[in-house]
Design a protein around this ligand. Sequence first.
Ligand SMILES: NC(=O)c1ccc[n+]([C@@H]2O[C@H](COP(=O)([O-])OP(=O)(O)OC[C@H]3O[C@@H](n4cnc5c(N)ncnc54)[C@H](O)[C@@H]3O)[C@@H](O)[C@H]2O)c1
Length: 369
Amino acid sequence: MVDIVSVELGARAYQVRIGAGLLARAGAEIAPLLRRPRVAVVTDETVGALHLAALRAGLGDMEMVSLTLPAGESTKSWPHFTHTVEWLLEQKVERKDIVIAFGGGVIGDLVGFAASVLRRGVRFVQIPTTLLAQVDSSVGGKTGINAPSGKNLIGAFHQPSLVLADIDLLGTLTPRDFLAGYGEVAKYGLLGSADFFDWLETNGPALAKGDTALRQEAVRRSVQMKADIVARDETEEGDRALLNLGHTFGHALESATGYSSRLLHGEGVSIGCALAFELSQKLGLCAQEAPSRVRAHLRAMGMKTDLADIEGPLPDAEGLIALMAQDKKVLDGKLRFILARGIGEAFVTSDVPRDTLKTVLEEALGRRR
Ligand SMILES: NC(=O)c1ccc[n+]([C@@H]2O[C@H](COP(=O)([O-])OP(=O)(O)OC[C@H]3O[C@@H](n4cnc5c(N)ncnc54)[C@H](O)[C@@H]3O)[C@@H](O)[C@H]2O)c1
């Protein structure tokens, strides 16, 4: 069965279709969007080796041209962006054609951005292949690349025309990449739905082991929450910032570890969510039990939950605060945090005393020794 979540954005509205076996029907799903039976696909080496032949078969008699880029975060950069745009032009992709982003968040962000500038904007379809991309990055239209001075600093809002989330694709992810995506799934429960977090506490372990029906339900509920928030606040003037729960800490930690395999994005989010709840509790906003419950679930799933789970050196508390100050959410020079009054009750605030933040970080650094 295919679940459909609609992202209600007026003229830019689109569907996210979620289910097993969608890749095999990609041609039929995409055909109604096409003026001519031809698509340009961009993927990465890992996804290409595992799944490009299946996508080719699923497109049926449609013509497909494809570009395969190296896998990994460093692909989200000017050189690969330029290469992609020039390749799309060489392939004579026209204004009314469709570009397909076939991969995780790296490919989705890069190709979406390339589509946004190509001939002043062509339409694109996301076929997300990681859990993170299915529940988060493929929905909502944030596209972009990293700058030498920071992550995601260059980009555009460009909504896809369709998202096809084939649950079967998650079967080839490494356990580490799967769990990194689960960090974003848990985030949805923590920011806006205690009921979903309860559900994850019960079903998370079976879902991680490979239960397809539970995976589909987790993706559907996550995408529905994201779609609702994006429809209320497409360009992040308000509510959309809630989706950044755990990210102020997470981005600082990613930066501190050089965006390397020491810490994946979703792992940073997982640790960041735990620290955001700890900070909320220290500020008297939520009960003592909340941060313990957050950590207990993430730990039970085998995820990173604390600074002690990061190998190698880290900056001191002041150094981490300085890295947080480079976050895109900084407004008028003030750090903005997503804090919580309880599980499922997050809110945005700039009102965080620096001393309390420093104490939370010092205690977390102390647990590394
Ligand atoms: N645009 C947004 O709203 C948004 C939201 C969250 C994260 N992001 C971005 O997403 C990126 C992270 O995304 P990601 O975690 O998907 O990383 P990724 O795209 O690097 O994928 C992780 C790894 O999994 C491999 N892979 C992908 N699909 C696979 C499959 N089905 N089987 C086996 N291996 C597979 C990839 O080759 C890669 O090595 C970051 O750059 C982050 O900034 C964007």
